[in-house]
Design a protein around this ligand. Sequence first.
Ligand SMILES: *Cc1c(COP(=O)(O)O)cnc(C)c1O
Length: 371
Amino acid sequence: MVDLKSQYQKIKSEVDAAMQEVIDTTAFINGPQVGLFAKELESYLDVKHVIPCANGTDSLQIAMMALGLEPGDEVITPSFTYIATVEVVALLKLNIVFCEVNPDTFCMDANAIEKLITPKTKAIVAVHLYGQTADMESIMAIANKHNLYVIEDNAQAIGGYYTFKDGTRKANGTIGHVGSTSFFPSKNLGCYGDGGALCTNDSVLAEKMKMVANHGQRQKYIHEIVGCNSRLDTLQAAVLRVKLPHLDEYCAARRKAADYYNQAFANHPNIKTPYCPDNIYHVYHQYTLTLNGVDRDQVQNLLKEKGIPSMIYYPIPAHKQKIFEGVKSFDLDTTESLTTQVISLPIHTEMTDEQQKYIVENFINIVNSLK
Ligand SMILES: *Cc1c(COP(=O)(O)O)cnc(C)c1O
């Protein structure tokens, strides 16, 4: 699905030198590279504060803790997402309210949000699924109207951006009150282990998130609030400093690969290519399409025989997971049918035309043979 080796080969000398420098100075925890990376990411995203942390799941947890969400508060999130988004809500004993997604964009359906709002609702978590920004114009309008926080789960869409009707363009993760992200190796900006970050333009919230991520302390050994221990390793920060300047080119490569697929599959009666509105710069963390009229398991098996990997993101929606048994959910028909229709094909920064040609030809043949 990804080719991290070829990507590494192209930046090997820089990465090796950066990692060696950390080892030589033994500044493994909170070395200077961590702060430098945060500054560089702030300027890349055009946001006031970036707070690095240990992984993307932690970043969501830290955001919710710093916003002061308390047990019983309701948080609206899509059910069609990676488990981390909703797991953190449950971990903090907040009440999950699952929201339907739009069948074309796979992201939260803004029209479905308002009817889920109650006096207990405190926040909306918008997930930029597969690299595509959620409908932030509508989500922010609803949040402002009802005085709710918006957290962007930007683990899959760093490098992408969104243009509002008035022409304002904002980087994903800088639109809501807080953006959270992951630097898991296969993410669009991946390090060589675990990593994550938060971003916000709110200085008070930034200070609070720093405290939460650091045992609730501002000053060493003075613990004002309950926090956790969530740091970005210096070694990972060093890798990320090398990779950040390449992020735009990585996103462009993913978009080019997606374009190739889109053109090849256009107008095929059983394949629906991903839809992206004009105001969104989609960064294709995944290339996910929907199949109809063919047996998806069979498609996957036959692809495998040809040496072509494919994945189902995600086969079971969150509200159907055992851990959420008993959580009341409303109409999630689209979410449920998408989980039976989606399939993701390989997409990464190093794809060649020959690889894509091979995948496309085989995929179309397989789909046609199963009709
Ligand atoms: C990867 C991912 C996360 C979690 O990131 P980790 O760094 O693996 O903890 C959260 N949300 C979404 C949507 C993700 O894809």
